[in-house]
Design a protein around this ligand. Sequence first.
Ligand code: ATP
Length: 492
Amino acid sequence: MTSMDTLVSLCKRRGFVFQSSEIYGGTGSCWDYGPLGVELKNKIKHVWWRDFIQQRADMVGLDASILMHPMVWKASGHVDHFTDPMVDCRECRHRFRADQLEETAWVHYCPATKGNKFTIPAGEPCSHCGARRTLCPDCGKGELTPPRQFNLMFKTFIGPVEEDAAVTYLRPETAQGIFVNFENVQQSMRRKLPFGIGQIGKAFRNEITPGNFIFRTREFEQMEVEYFVNPHDIVEGRPADEYWHDRWIEDCLAWFRRYGLGAENLRLHEHDRGELAHYSKRTADLQYRFPIGWSELMGIANRTDFDLKEHAKFSGKALTYFDEERKEHVVPYVIEPSAGVDRALLAFLVEAYREEEVRGEKRVVLRFHPELAPVSVAVLPLLKKRDDIVRTAHAIRDDLSRHVTAVYDDTAAIGRLYRRQDEVGTPYCVTVDVQTVGDTDKGEAADGKVTIRDRDSMEQMRVPASRVVTVVGELLGGKRWADVSAQIGRSS
Ligand code: ATP
C-alpha cells in the first residue's frame, strides 16, 4: 500500500495540497488545496451533488450559513456533549485524546535492555520486558494527567463586542443547518415524507490530535444528507426508518465503489452500545483502508426524532409533519449519511496511486475515475517550434475547455509530457503532430487528425480533429475505448 509520505509529497509537488501559511512555518493541521486539488475536490462535490440531490426525485439541496444562533448548539447538545476526553503529558506537555492513546505507537525506555529506547507499535507490549504503555507515548517519560472533557467547538463572537451575550460557534457539522430549516424547506417545496435535504459545506472542530494529512483537520468539508421518514410507515415489512437506513448504507457504499474505491478496501463498522451517540438508534460507519489502517470514511446514523424534538423544545416551534392518511402530526425520524469531502478525496487518491514499470522505466500514475480526474484532457503539441501545430493545439484546447477541464502543455518533450499527465491522473491526452497540419516543405498534405492516448492502457487512436470534443466526451462519459476506436475506424 502507498505510504502517506509518498502521497503528501506528490500532492505538494504536483499542486494538489499545500501546507497552509507555509511561508510562515505552516498552521497546524490546516491545508490549502492547490490548482489540481481544488479541481479534484470540486469534482467529488459535483458528482455527489448530481447523484444524490439532482438525480433523485426525493431530494433537495440547501446551503445554510456557518454562523448560527447560539441556541442551535444548546438544543443540539453540542454545548454540553460535543467533547473529547483530553490528557496531557506532565513532562513534554503534549496533548492526546484519551480514547485514542492505544491507537498510537509509543516510545519506551526498556529496563530489560539497560534503558534502550524503542518505538513500539500501537497497542502492543514491549517484546523485551513485556510492559504495556503507562507513560506518555511521545516522550516515554512523563506521567499523563487524568482525562478532562474538552469541547471541540470553536468559539467566536457575533458583532463588535467580545462579551458573553455575543458568543456563538463555528458549526462543527452542517447537519444542524438542515434541521432548523426543516419546516422552511418542507413547506416551500411542498414535500411529502420520505424526503431528504442535502448540503455541502465547511465544518470546524478544534480537534485535540489532528493529523494524518487531510484525514483529520480542524477545518474540513462535509457532504451531508438528512433524510426524513415517517416512523409509523412500514416499508417492505419493516419500520420505515430501519428500511431507509439500510438503503442509504447500500447507496453510499455503491457510490464510493462506482467512483473507484475497491470492495476489498471498504467495510462496514456497526457502532456497539458504548460507541453509539446519545441521539442514535443505530450508526454504521463506512471504513476505508487508509495508509494509517482501517478508518472512518463516513458515518450513516439513524438520529431518530431527537434533533427535531430538541429544536422544537428550545425554539417553541412545532417541527412536525402532518400525515394526511392517518390525520395526525408526527415528528419525522432522520437518517443521516455524513461524509467528509477531504477524507473522500484522500481515499480516492490512495486508491488511484500506482507505481508501474513501463519499458524498464518507473511510471507513477493516478488512476482516477475519469469524472473525478482534476484535468480531463491535456492537449500537447509534438513540436513547439511549429506555429501551425501550436495554434491548432491551442484551438483544440479552447474548444474542449467549454465542456471539460482541459489544459495545454508544451514545456517538455512528448514522453515527459505524457508521464506528467499520468502522474496527475489525466485520463486522456490529445497530441497534435506534423501529420495533423501537414508539411508544405516536404509536400505532405495535412490529414487533420490528432492522436488520443489512454492513460491506463497507453493505447492510442487517430481521430479527426473536428471530432475530438465528441470523442473525448464519449470516453469521459464511460463509453469503452475499444468501441469508440472501432466506431472511428468504421467512419474514417
Ligand atoms: P472521527 O470518529 O474520525 O472523529 P466522527 O465520527 O466524529 O469522526 P462525524 O461526526 O460522524 O465524524 O462526521 C462525519 C464525517 O465528517 C466523518 O465520517 C468524516 O468523513 C468527516 N470528518 C469528521 N471530523 C473530521 C475532521 N476533523 N477532519 C476531516 N474530516 C472529518
